[in-house]
Write a protein that binds this ligand. Structure first.
Ligand SMILES: Cc1cc2nc3c(=O)[nH]c(=O)nc-3n(C[C@H](O)[C@H](O)[C@H](O)COP(=O)(O)O)c2cc1C
Length: 367
């Protein structure tokens, strides 16, 4: 049977992945309420298409941080991609480049910044940063990403500790022994190093030992001074924090609940975009991720003011099914579906997408 949508790839990937890796990739925090919401939220918003517009030729290009992209979808940072396929991050980054998408490399990747840069030279790459207790480790990472040609730093601000992911606890999740965290070769930080007093999952124990939980907006100020790259903060869910990001000089934010992996019962990006866009939309580049799997999902976020959206798990499913080809298929499916949505909505270019084209389901209930 042909795999024709993200959900088909997800089903297939779930048959192929080893239990512990699947648990790590698929799980959310707690009861996984927000994880389900990330998917279901898109159905709570309805599209209002316009008819009789000449859509014979359309333009999906968009501009983010002064650079033009083929279309407004990129690849979110996800850790340890070589559990899905031996080519891991390289395959994902190459596929992103082929489809004109930004690739964000995770700090805790199973391929180094240098290798991804060398093997995916034609991809626009951003580096996702976790700040380590050992600041020298962090400073080295930043300099290496700058040197390797990464074009922005994406500081994840929603992870002073990792959320309670029950699958990882049940599986006592560890990185398979043939893999390591390649950005830290030769350092203690290169493996998950077993459990700790408080954490059963290897990844949570690692984060508690290594990540700096004392970070504040002062750390963002430090980072902006330290690097020559634009700094984007990822994991913002309130207008209060969006305003702080703007005031501290960030170049953009990714509105994200971290794939529902941090705190359960937080809202989705789609729900908080309106308050954030209203407060800082004119001054800051606003992007979003979490649960996107259809062209209509992308359209809805753009109508609500996001300039770019990202997908995490869909690319992991593609990677697990068929390496680079699988990720290319996922991105192609999303691109074609988004293009079709644009035509059917009567939009010829991204700036034709308007706020009025998406309404909450309650709009019709009131009529
Ligand atoms: C397996 C997995 C690993 C992740 N690793 C990271 C990471 O290393 N750094 C980070 O900032 N976010 C990480 N995230 C969160 C993603 O960047 C992104 O916010 C989320 O996956 C988007 O939701 P989606 O998977 O539904 O598209 C991870 C998510 C998943 C599913």
């Amino acid at each position: 049977m042909s795999l024709v949508c993200v959900a088909d790839y997800e089903t297939k990937a779930k048959e192929l992945l080893e239990k512990s890796a699947l648990g790590y990739y698929a799980s959310g925090a707690g009861d996984e309420f927000s994880l389900k919401l990330n998917k279901n939220i898109f159905q709570k918003y309805r599209l209002r298409p316009r008819c009789l517009v000449d859509v014979s030729s359309i333009d999906l290009t968009c501009k983010v941080l002064n650079k033009t992209f083929e279309w407004p979808l990129g690849v979110s940072p996800t850790a340890m991609q070589r559990m899905a396929h031996p080519d891991g991050e390289v395959a994902n980054a190459r596929a992103a480049g082929k489809l004109g998408s930004i690739f964000i490399l995770s700090t805790i990747a199973t391929t180094s910044v240098e290798e991804v840069a060398e093997k995916a030279p034609n991809t626009t790459k951003w580096f996702q940063l976790y700040i380590y207790k050992d600041r020298i480790i962090t400073e080295n990472l930043i300099r290496r990403a700058e040197k390797a040609g990464f074009e922005a730093l994406v500081l994840t601000v929603d992870a002073p500790v990792f959320g309670a992911r029950r699958a990882d606890m049940r599986n006592k999740f560890e990185l398979p022994s043939h893999l390591s965290l390649k950005n830290f070769n030769g350092l203690f930080a290169n493996s998950l190093n077993g459990d700790s007093d408080n954490e059963i999952s290897g990844i949570n124990a690692y984060v508690s030992k290594q990540f700096d939980p004392t970070l504040t907006w002062k750390s963002v100020e430090w980072l902006i001074k330290f690097t020559k790259l634009p700094v984007i903060v990822k994991g913002i869910l309130t207008k209060e924090d969006a305003i702080l990001a703007k005031n501290y000089g960030c170049s953009g934010i990714i509105v994200s609940n971290h794939g529902a992996r941090q705190i359960d019962t937080v809202p989705t990006a789609l729900e908080v975009l309106p308050e954030i866009v209203k407060s800082v939309g004119h001054e800051l580049t606003i992007m979003a991720d979490g649960g996107f799997s259809n062209g209509t999902d992308i359209f809805k976020a753009l109508a609500m003011g996001a300039k770019m959206v990202f997908v995490g798990r869909p690319c992991l499913w593609g990677l697990a099914v068929d390496g680079q080809n699988g990720v290319e298929s996922i991105l192609r499916i999303l691109k074609q579906d988004f293009e079709k949505t644009m035509r059917l909505m009567g939009c010829r270019k991204i700036s034709d997408i308007s706020k009025e084209m998406v309404v909450h389901e309650s709009f019709y209930a009131k009529l």
